[in-house]
Design a protein around this ligand. Sequence first.
Ligand code: DX5
Ligand code: ZN
Length: 218
Amino acid sequence: MKIAPSILSADFANLERDIKMVEKAGASYIHVDAMDGQFVDNLTLGPNIVQAIRPHTKLPLDCHLMISNPEKFIPAFAKAGADIISIHVEATHHIHGALQMIKNEKVSAGVVINPGTSVETIVPVLGDVDLVLVMTVNPGFGGQSFIESAVDKIKTLAHIRKEKGYHFEIEVDGGITDETIGMCKEAGADVFVAGSYIFGSSDEGKAIEKLKEAAKNV
Ligand code: DX5
Ligand code: ZN
């Protein structure tokens, strides 16, 4: 299992320190939430931040684009050093083409579904992706409550993956705590994004340990 701390809840004035701390504490990816003020009501991190943090960690930079028409920004994120670029199926009319764009940049490609979007909408591209991100909150902000009805989608994806012999990772994002991680793990998720649970804690390393422990005991 992989823990991907979301730096949306990190201390932006001490990003390097926070990233190094979670890397040392056993994080597997650094999750970067890019929001455009249009697809979601928030403005956050862009390719300039990805470029700035790239030299300070060996961990893959897992970039979650909450951006309308993400095609416009895929080359910039790739150039900045993104290792994974995930785009919302709701944000483009051309999900297949946009995923190909990511792959042409030699970056791992992920597709994301909102809590109100069904797995069926992404079935045609599941053979093309390296990662599927299931949102367990409506995107836009850290610190929201987990939406339990999304868990069944993880099960469906795990089932399709097995049946078709696909290899995508299943990532879950939003409201992940030591109380919610277990049901996601049990449903078949592999990568767990956590923002406020980790960076809101007084001991980030312990928080990561607690998440891993809680996921193990299912
Ligand atoms: C929400 C973002 C998440 C967010 C998670 O739009 O995609 O990555 O930072 O934050 P928590 O773990 O606090 O729900
Ligand atoms: Zn995210």
